[in-house]
Design a protein around this ligand. Structure first.
Ligand SMILES: *Cc1c(COP(=O)(O)O)cnc(C)c1O
Length: 386
């Protein structure tokens, strides 16, 4: 049985629940104070770092405004995110174009808007940047280990090997760009802190070799995201992550650290949200079947795509009490991919019935932005920011 106190302070949950009680499901309710506090905690843990919020985690204007006012910068992946963030009054000096997969005309668009900081991981993209955004700062994303210990790996599609990273930074200088630094992302919801150690050690090698062999002095390390949210699988707390990562940095770079950038998404937002849903149907597949199927009014296509391969196991809470039994949990659409949990067996009370509410905890990040527009006619997931 999920204990609410493990996930939310009592007063916060009561406030969110009182709001939820007034609204028809399904929707996400997001407590902005929790985001504010998560930002402050990260700020406090990494005093020397610059924070670039990864907008894809939740692009709501309420969140952009809040983080803008707190002094955050923004990691942006598309011209659409750029327009949205700049329309809220964020200046281009607070923006990094962090996507390594981009069209030449989109690079030009960013440049014309004043953005001067670009990620890359390939020669073709780097040459595009040199043409469309001349003189800009570039940082190269490297591949890291850690895909087996991250619940939502990001480390294979993006990044290049160390040797290529060095070649690209040398080429950047030849092309009139400023070779600025190195980035990595150890995978989202990364549960193994030691993968940062290996990544930082790789960065150190690149910094040293470029300086000694090519006279290129890099100035920045972008450590990406990967910091944890609270799901069913426990992680260390943020202070432990910070203490360890700072120790790794100091071991390799001493007290004179380069500029450090963090790009949190999940860890800032997830814990601020509760996805409130309703049971549509409870059924069994045969007279003797031991397991029940619980169908909710939300699913893979309405915000829960991170249940793909059961990667993220959201804590699910209900007010119903009593004897628990294993269930399969599925969504409401006519697609058999729309099953959230089948292998990992959740327990839900035997007396759970249609109309009862299921509360999906820690669902502030990667839910609204992943929701389909009109699959089976279901509208996109609603969100309220309180
Ligand atoms: C998605 C993404 C992030 C955010 O990662 P989290 O694990 O959600 O904190 C940061 N940087 C880049 C480049 C990303 O693509």
């Amino acid at each position: 049985m999920i204990k609410i106190e493990d996930y939310y302070p009592r007063a916060t949950f009561q406030k969110m629940k009182a709001f939820a009680d007034q609204h028809e499901t399904p929707f996400v309710v997001i407590d902005t104070e929790t985001i504010s506090k998560a930002y402050d905690d990260l700020r406090g843990s990494f005093e020397f770092a610059k924070i670039y919020y990864a907008v894809k985690a939740n692009p709501a204007v309420e969140i952009i405004d809040l983080l803008k006012d707190k002094g955050s910068s923004f990691d942006i992946a598309s011209i659409y995110e750029l327009d949205k963030v700049m329309s809220r009054g964020v200046g281009p000096e607070r923006i990094s174009y962090g996507n390594t997969i981009k069209k030449s005309k989109d690079i030009r668009y960013f440049f014309e808007k004043g953005v001067r900081l670009f990620a890359t991981d390939s020669e073709a993209d780097l040459r595009n940047i040199a043409k469309a955004a001349p003189g800009s700062k570039v940082y190269v994303r490297i591949l890291t280990e850690g895909s087996t210990t991250a619940d939502w790996p990001l480390s294979r599609k993006f990044g290049c090997q160390t040797d290529m990273a060095m070649d690209l930074l040398i080429l950047a200088r030849q092309l009139g760009l400023e070779p600025y630094g190195i980035s990595f992302h150890v995978g989202s919801q990364q549960r193994d802190i030691s993968v940062w150690d290996a990544a930082i050690a790789k960065v150190k090698v690149i910094f040293e070799r470029l300086k000694e062999e090519d006279g290129i002095v890099l100035k920045m390390i972008n450590m990406g995201g990967g910091f944890p949210a609270n799901y069913i699988a426990k992680t260390n707390d943020l202070e432990t992550y910070a203490a360890e990562i700072i120790r790794f940095l100091k071991e390799d770079f001493g007290d004179e650290l380069p500029e450090i950038i963090l790009e949190p998404g999940r860890s800032l937002i997830a814990n601020a949200g509760i996805l409130v849903s309703e049971v549509v149907l409870v059924s069994r597949k045969s007279r003797t079947a031991v397991e029940r199927w619980v169908y909710a009014d939300v699913g893979k296509f309405s915000g829960l795509i991170e249940t793909m391969d059961e990667a993220i196991k959201f804590p699910i809470w209900t007010e119903k009490k009593g004897e628990m039994e294993e269930v399969v949990i599925a969504g409401p659409t006519c697609d058999s991919a729309d099953i959230m949990y089948e292998n990992y067996r959740y327990g839900l009370p035997l007396n759970l019935a249609a109309g009862d509410r299921l509360y999906w905890l820690s669902t502030g990040a990667y839910t609204t932005s992943y929701s389909a527009v009109e699959f089976n006619g279901f509208p996109p997931l609603k969100a309220y920011y309180i």
